[in-house]
Design a protein around this ligand. Structure first.
Ligand SMILES: N=CN[C@@H](CCC(=O)O)C(=O)O
Ligand SMILES: [Zn+2]
Length: 404
């Protein structure tokens, strides 16, 4: 079945140079985009939807979340707002609540968050384990996540649980825990930070996970300068996430990974390490924002993600993250939308795909890409930052199906 979405006042495709079309239309054929162009030239389709002059853009690609959890951390948040600093140790509170939840409740909580994200315009979603922290619990989190989201990341190296020697726990992560989660995950991550995992422990985790065939990402340089970025570059990780405290060497090292890469429909070269910015987390932890402008000017590709989790960023709203990136981090609307769509796709290595094999590109609107798009109750995408906090999402299609 084909669907024509027509009378789109402004269509931000995020596909190369022709990023914005006026008075545009899109045709969806099953799960793929089969045509994009001026509304006046649109071909007929089985069904037609009049966008009424609204703005259209790709669905959000949320490349960094921690949605498999029970409980909440209101008390910790209140203490932080009263002046306490965030520390990794708070993760243990969520681990206890998550371990205590049954499969049914954990699944129900996860599905509720996935539905909330979809209602906010998110059409592609990554999530992580990391609140189980023993072999059985991490495998359970990975299994439950695999049934609910697009991409699952193994984050056994989130915190050393109470009672464990850090090096022995790292051995567990690199051995039996990795084996147990392996059928459910495509990615591995490590929290390389004071109070979590040292550079040496992180290196062991990344080596073992790479050896097991997983793609890599790193939580790094969140709470202070550190080794996360250097490790991510050393391992050619797909992303380093947070990246709040960067030295000039960190920026140069990230930029070096992008030499020779060209984005857009005809993407060429191997993508480097994406710097994933998590602006809602930075607000909630009162960390300085990452130096996004410096990174962009140096040639580093950025992603923006929600980092939805109960400790540092309890929101699935990518629209809020985009507004914050514009209002507080100095990005243009187009740059922020790009980071929250194409940038997330690059961080998940889903920016390209074959039109023929069902593994379609996401994050930008072009013929052959997956039909993931949203319409805003606004005439332009600028309204995302101009009207921050407003529920602007009017309609959402995910893989060609209307989900809102
Ligand atoms: N920084 C590490 N992990 C999460 C927070 C987890 C938590 O505090 O529960 C983050 O990305 O911010
Ligand atoms: Zn995180």
């Amino acid at each position: 079945m084909s669907q024509l979405i027509t009378n789109i006042g402004e269509l931000m495709t995020q596909d190369g140079e022709a990023a914005v079309l006026r008075n545009a239309a899109v045709v969806l054929e099953g799960e793929r985009i089969s045509w994009i162009g001026p509304a006046a030239q649109a071909p007929a389709a089985d069904e037609a939807y009049d966008a009424g002059g609204r703005a259209g853009l790709p669905g959000w690609v949320d490349s960094h979340t921690h949605l498999v959890f029970a409980g909440d951390r209101t008390a910790e948040f209140e203490a932080r707002m009263a002046g306490e600093s965030y520390a990794a140790g708070g993760i243990a509170v969520t681990v206890n609540a998550t371990r205590a939840a049954g499969d049914y409740d954990l699944t129900r909580l996860l599905l509720g968050r996935v539905a909330e994200a979809a209602a906010g315009g998110t059409t592609y979603l990554e999530t992580k384990t990391g609140y189980g922290l023993d072999v059985g619990q991490e495998a359970r989190s990975a299994r439950i996540a695999a049934g609910a989201v697009d991409e699952v990341t193994f984050l056994g190296a989130h915190l050393v649980p109470a009672g464990w020697d850090p090096d022995e726990y790292t051995d567990l992560v690199c051995g039996p825990m990795l084996d147990a989660v392996r059928p459910y995950v495509r990615w591995a991550d490590v929290f390389c930070e004071t109070g979590a995992f040292t550079a040496e422990q992180s290196r062991r985790v990344l080596s073992a996970c790479a050896e097991a065939g997983l793609g890599l990402r790193v939580h790094g340089n969140q709470l202070g300068p550190g080794d996360g970025v250097a490790l991510a570059v050393e391992f050619r990780a797909a992303s380093v996430d947070h990246a709040n405290h960067l030295t000039d060497d960190d920026v140069d090292a990230l930029a070096g990974t992008w030499a020779g890469f060209r984005a857009g429909s005809g993407a060429q070269g191997t993508p480097g390490t994406v710097a994933t910015c998590l602006p809602a987390c930075d607000l909630s932890t009162r960390q300085p924002f990452p130096p996004a402008r410096r990174l962009l000017d140096a040639g580093v590709q950025l992603a923006i993600a929600s980092n939805c989790n109960p400790g540092t960023s309890y929101t699935t709203s990518m629209g809020f993250c985009v507004a914050t990136a514009v209002l507080q981090m100095g990005l243009t609307i187009s740059e922020a939308v790009r980071a929250a769509t194409v940038g997330g796709a690059l961080a998940l290595r889903r920016h390209t795909g074959e039109d023929t094999d069902g593994r379609r590109a996401i994050g930008s609107l072009a013929v052959g890409h997956r039909a993931d798009l949203q319409l805003l109750d606004a005439p332009s995408t600028t309204h995302l930052a101009y009207r921050p906090g407003m529920p602007l999402v009017h309609a959402v299609w995910r893989a060609g199906k209307r989900v809102r």
